[in-house]
Design a protein around this ligand. Sequence first.
Ligand SMILES: O=C(O)[C@@H](CO)OP(=O)(O)O
Ligand SMILES: [Mg+2]
Length: 414
Amino acid sequence: MDSVIEDVQVRKILDSRGNPTVEVDVTTWNGFGRAAAPSGASTGSREVVSFPEGGVDVIVSEVEDVIASELIGMDANDITTIDEVLREVDGTGNLSAIGGNTTVAVSMAVAKAAAASSNIPLYRYLGGNWVNELPYPLGNMMNGGAHAGINAPDIQEFLVVPIGAKNIVEAIFANASVHKKLKGLIQSKDSNFTGGKGDEGGWVPNITNDNALEIQAKACEEVGDELGLEIRPALDMAASELWNSKKQKYLYAQDGVERDTGEQIEFVKDIIETYNMFYVEDPFDESDFEGFAQLTSKVGNRCLICGDDLFVTNKELLLKGIEMNAANAIIIKPNQIGSLSETYATVKLAKQHNIVPVVSHRSGETTDETIAHLAVGFASPMIKTGAIGGERIAKLNELIRIEEELPNPKMGQF
Ligand SMILES: O=C(O)[C@@H](CO)OP(=O)(O)O
Ligand SMILES: [Mg+2]
């Protein structure tokens, strides 16, 4: 049979932070799939464990043979069973024995090999013949928090969404234009700015959160006017990184301000209203479903409130979020949960409840382009994958190629 797995190979490769990660090759009788795992810096505490003790070297020297001997002879189309086998091989609840990064790379490589065995691209294999939607790219413009150095803003990511773009090419180049525009705007506020960038290619300015918000909005407006399309600001606050559980407060070191949960709700609501934010991710600590629910009830009709560390792509946590009306969007990162089939189950649940799934990169990435295919195949209306930088444009440029292949392409529907 065309899709029977004949070989599985694991190797150590570099990620964008210079750290080791795994790349997996899966060969079938008539196909080949390759995928690599990314890694986070601001990771949620309920994510699966990325690597076992001993790191990538242990996987290459000890785990590769075990996985290969289990998978060889199986049908690559049977991804759900293969993912279950990987969980059995691991034998722990949180994938700490062989690592969620190992299992997710195998799982994605298997899916790519299955698609290749049928001579179709991964997005079509996952989404079927009707797929025709491209995701709006959520582009990273300025970095702070755990993705930048000291003196940068506390908010982790200042993002933009080119919501008026008619196609993916226009959208991707609009984001790149905002990124360029911001360089000059930062220089006018920060005389020491050297043009330094953070982990995801956004600029790292030495300015306050307020100043960053102001120039983010200005850049959206100016570039939007120049290009004649609407561009809206967005944020990933990664607030678990700001939360101090002893003090029960969010600490904004750059601004010298501390906020309790009530003050944080008002602060974020105010930002959303002042700057007409399209999307705010992780405005509260990862355990504060209640804070999320309060904010969503106040502004969920005009802004996407998205859970990343809150849900960690986990179906059970999403279910809790749905019951509490905690959010109206969810970040989808396959390596948070460790397999493609579980990732899909979470996306499906989100869609059934009108929660917008946002397929996302990690701060540590490789040139693997798989998430571009997942976003299109899952009809995710938005993808978070940076704006510039080799490991980010690998995904963006793949979306351009996918758009070219689709007979009747449209931008995503919310
Ligand atoms: O918080 C996030 O959303 C991500 C990606 O932007 O960062 P990390 O991969 O460090 O978790
Ligand atoms: Mg996040």
